[in-house]
Design a protein around this ligand. Structure first.
Ligand code: ATP
Length: 518
């Protein structure tokens, strides 16, 4: 036994029916280290985590140790008792409750064993231990910033054990803007310095290069590299993940220099919970980026435009008003949306890849009163191939696909019908770097083919990479519009953070205003 070892996995494999998705994984996570687990979508990261947490049983022949003691894989009781703790991307917090109530709900310590004052003190201590003493135990979770919410989930996970050998953070920062994610790194380092090993799963290479001590890379279910961070840089990490250099040329399409097409979408006085009187016009061939911090209204825009959320104001497509609160009518009119909440709004988990792809328009396959299954299968095979969905079998159920591959199917669902307006909400969240480049290429091709694209994203690099125009939202309104060379990640982040009343023009005189179409 290595005394430095917090968790050691040996010969861990996982086979679903006939497909082996994890093969003979040997992985050692050392005490006090931040160990990043990386790999493309479907490479086996979540499967590894689910075996550790006891959600999946591994194939026979696997073994494990925690703190040098034999550990039973595939048992959630064993994981809990051994002190393995997990924070997933969705955090598992109840927004309407206070921080302390959330601790009580999520704790394995038992509810209400302490008096209220003692509970609050305990919660305050747990938060202070990771450097988030500014969060009040009485605060409502809904009122916290995104990194504070993540910190609450982490503090809660650590709260009921004096020694936690392993904390697994499964993409906890994937929805956070870059600067927000960084505020959690200090908390992670404090935790690691106390001797807890952190297994950190992230698709953000720059974050991993900044925070991890060692990196393990999975490719197609096999460990293909394990390196100390000093031995890695961005390109080497990409090469390990993809098995090749990222040479794919993106469609470089400088749409800013081209005349804009016909105005396809007109939005007048749009309002929702936060959004307050927004006017927009989006033309054929444009990619309009919508930027803003959580709570600025930017996160509400896709729901309002799609009709998923109740809205005030008028949304019209080529002059025809789309009825409010009616997503089906919006889709029929040609305004299609890829929502951020895949599980809740987009994926039919029990359905197959084929069904999830083609449901956007089945009439393509009706011929003379009969459904042409062969035509549907041919069409689906082409899209699965073009989008590089894995596994490639279109009869797989969506639940069997990794998160990133599900996302490709959902984006493909709408790309294939060539919508008039395509609203994308965090389209590459949880998507690996190779697939991200693929999806970006698709978004550009879709715009080049004449679709008006609205890209709502917290990834400022993605916004700068794809948008012909970016509206930055604050306090429910468009606070700034950036066009052309003025669209940089730094400019977007700068304007997201400005407080209302700031003299922006004086701060960034180089930023253009849009030429409003009348
Ligand atoms: N319940 C299941 N049944 C069958 N296959 C599954 C099941 N769950 C996952 N898989 C398959 O296992 C493989 C690994 O998936 P996993 O979710 O571990 O990938 P991942 O690396 O976490 O990907 P992502 O970055 O997209 O989250 C994928 O090919 C996936 O389709």
């Amino acid at each position: 036994m290595n005394s430095l070892s917090a968790v050691r996995l040996s010969r861990v494999s996982k086979t679903f029916e006939t497909a082996t998705v994890l093969r003979d994984l040997d992985l050692e996570i050392r005490r006090g280290e931040i160990h990043a687990l990386m790999g493309q979508n479907g490479s086996g990261k979540s499967t590894t985590v689910k075996i550790l947490s006891g959600f999946f049983e591994p194939d026979p022949g696997a073994s494990a140790e925690v703190d040098g003691q034999p550990f039973e894989l595939g048992s959630s009781d064993a994981a809990r008792t051994a002190g393995l703790r997990f924070v997933h991307q969705n955090l598992g917090l109840v927004d309407d409750m206070s921080v302390t109530e959330n601790f009580m709900v999520g704790s394995t310590r038992g509810v209400g064993r302490l008096r209220p004052g003692q509970e609050r003190a305990r919660v305050a201590a747990a938060l202070a231990a990771i450097g988030f003493e500014r969060v009040s135990p009485e605060a409502k979770v809904a009122d916290l910033t995104a990194p504070e919410r993540t910190a609450v989930a982490i503090a809660r996970a650590l709260d009921d054990m004096s020694h936690v050998p392993l904390l697994v953070l499964d993409e906890p920062t994937s929805s956070l803007p870059r600067d927000d994610a960084r505020t959690l790194f200090d908390a992670m380092r404090r935790i690691a310095d106390r001797g807890t090993a952190i297994l950190y799963i992230s698709h953000h290479l720059d974050e991993v290069l900044q925070i991890a001590d060692r990196v393990s890379v999975l490719r197609d279910g096999e460990l293909v590299g394990q390196e100390p961070i000093e031995a890695l840089d961005h390109d080497r990490l990409v090469e390990l993940m993809l098995g090749r250099r990222l040479t794919r040329e993106l469609v470089e399409h400088d749409m800013t220099s081209e005349p804009l097409g016909e105005v396809l979408l007109t939005v007048r006085a749009l309002s929702g919970d936060v959004v307050d009187g927004v006017d927009l016009q989006v033309s054929a061939g444009e990619v309009l980026g919508v930027a803003g911090l959580v709570g600025s209204g930017s996160d509400e825009m896709a729901g309002l435009l799609s009709g998923r959320a109740r809205r005030g104001g008028v949304v019209s497509l080529q002059g025809r008003t789309i009825p409010a609160a009616n997503p089906a009518a919006a889709t029929r009119s040609g305004l299609c949306t890829v929502p951020v909440d895949r599980a809740g709004h987009a994926v039919i988990t029990d359905g197959t890849v084929r069904e999830n792809l083609t449901l956007s328009r089945l009439r393509d396959f009706w011929r003379h009163g009969r459904f042409d299954y062969r035509a549907e299968r041919r069409h689906v095979a082409t899209w699965v191939d073009q989008l590089d969905v894995r596994p490639t079998d279109p009869e797989r159920r969506m639940i069997e696909l990794s998160g990133g591959n599900q996302q490709k199917v959902i984006v493909g669902r709408w790309l294939r019908v060539e919508p008039t307006v395509l609203v994308l909400e965090e389209p590459t969240q949880g998507v690996d770097i190779g697939s991200k480049a693929d999806l970006h290429g698709w978004i550009e091709r879709s715009a080049a083919a004449g679709t008006a694209v609205i890209l709502c994203s917290s990834d400022t690099t993605e916004l700068a990479r794809l948008s012909t125009r970016v509206v930055v939202m604050r306090h429910g309104k468009v606070a700034r519009t950036l066009v052309g060379d003025a669209i940089t990640p730094e400019a977007i982040e700068h304007h997201q953070l400005m407080t209302n009343g700031g003299h922006e023009a004086a701060v960034r005189p180089d930023i253009d205003e849009p030429k409003e179409a009348s």
